[in-house]
Unconditional design. Sequence first.
Lengths: 175, 123
Amino acid sequence: MFDNLPVLIVVTLLMTAFLAPLFIKKFRPLVYGVANAAVAAAACASAVLLRYALHTGPLYVAVGGWEAPWGIEVAITPLSSFVVLVVTSIVALVMVSMPREQVDWPSQKVGWYLTLVLLLTAALAGMTMANDLFNIYVFFEVTALSSFGIVAAKKERNAADAGQGGYFEGNVDIE
Amino acid sequence: MLAKLLHNYPYLIAALIFAVGCYTVLSHSNLMRKVIGINVMETAVFLFFVAAGNVRGGRPPIIDLQNPDQLYVNPLPSALVLTGIVVGVSVTALALALVVRINRQFGTIDADEIAAIRSRENV
């Protein structure tokens, strides 16, 4: 019944992330609203999945009908859906207070910043639900890259330097 | 011992390339050279993975249905490395963008000079 829900969480966040910088110049409040709605929907979906996993048992979805050794498998256990719920609800709280912090930012920068935040959320959710090393690796890289971007986003000298430091130290242990 | 080491020469070469990259990252203070060093290290890791998946005398892993009982190369490390190369390119792009921003903010891309500027500012 909820077979497509785990994938939809990640896909919705990714699509919103890539659409945000396209429409931010003309519809800035609307884009904030849509991003808020996407994160809130992800939180609701993970709450539904948590309830399902607690009552009915864990859910294993083979994406695209390819079984585990060949295809991508998503695992919804009580623990993984709980972690996704925690991540998405924290991001939802962050999104609520975000417009007040960014009042004096130019629109284009806000768009790319929203992209980074939504990518980070999608990658964290995907990394938690993925059930194979390959996807964990890919989502881990996306998490790392977007968090370096968020660190370096502020227009300060120290922010750029901190991003660079995080890049070099983080990258060595990824390799 | 030496014969075994020479027999597994791809691993030896991967370790050497990794050491060269590591030395580049640690010994130069120019950020561009550090980025190049990280790329060299990446290449070493890719070589290591491909070498680990190789089977001597194995065929490319495309199964021939007429006679399937043949020795094939392990395709999994190659697939991982393919993704790794793509990720490596995007990581390099991010690093270069950060270097551009640092150059704009500090007027230099030398890590030692940046550290000096920051320590003067924070006093």
